[in-house]
Design a protein around this ligand. Sequence first.
Ligand code: NAP
Length: 276
Amino acid sequence: MIKPPPLAGVIGNPIGHSKSPKVHGHWLRRYGIRGQYLPLHVTDQDLEQVIRALPKMGFVGANVTIPHKTSTLQIADQLTDRAILIGAANTLIFREDGKIYADNTDGYGFIANLKQGAPHWNPKSGPAAVLGAGGAARAIIVALADAGVPEILLSNRTRPKAEALRAEFGTRINVVDWVQAGNMLEDATTVVNTTSLGMTGQPELRVPLDGLRPDAVVTDIVYSPLRTQFLAQAEAMGCTVVDGLGMLLHQAVPGFERWFGLRPEVDDALRKAVLG
Ligand code: NAP
């Protein structure tokens, strides 16, 4: 019997805005793989039933996005250490033995983007300054600590959220008050905006950047617009800047490889396909 083409998709609510179908669709076409990647609109009430049904319908895996990244942990049969530590999953693999395996590749995507966009980046060269302590910051803090950053200076408008991350992830994190956030940039050789500030439709990030070191590598995980004011200012001060689109593209690599059997490339053609 001929095997049907493998299916994968992204589960979320809403789902129309997701760029994942463009990313995976580009790779499937580019590598001539017989397969499909679909957007799947799924409500909270239906999440478990849908996830359990997908393998029976020919799905080999799925991405999970807002608002299901945390609740998926309760549904999966096996979790990676990273998914447990971050407290969220974004990539599911439906194994042949029927088990659902959940991973989180956001931190991988973040680091791979920095390495591609700033090949000279050395995480051990000095402290990292992280602005924001929301969902995305969790994965980034874990990834930076894993990459060997000696200290993480963390600042968030709602300070207790930053304190909670410090309590959870350890003493290598030092919390800085939001009104003092500009000061923490002076020592940092890696600077990350993980807040939603600067995104189209949101207020600008108002943290004073005059303390930035020109040798710092600065990245913004906001990718709409691609060149945020934060990145433009950092670049004008001589810093190496890396936009946030690459994080989204790189986090998709491990899932595609597991589902479709080929490690795809993140390159300009992919960026154009996703932005177009
Ligand atoms: P989230 O959990 O809602 O966290 C939002 C963060 O932004 C919090 O730290 C919040 O501070 C801060 N913030 C929001 N409005 C603010 C304001 N007016 N002043 C100061 N701080 C403010 O969201 P998330 O999931 O972490 O996502 C954050 C951003 O990253 C979004 O724009 C998202 O699209 C983007 N993102 C990009 C990627 C990628 O692959 N490039 C991946 C994930 C997310 P409080 O705690 O004080 O509210």
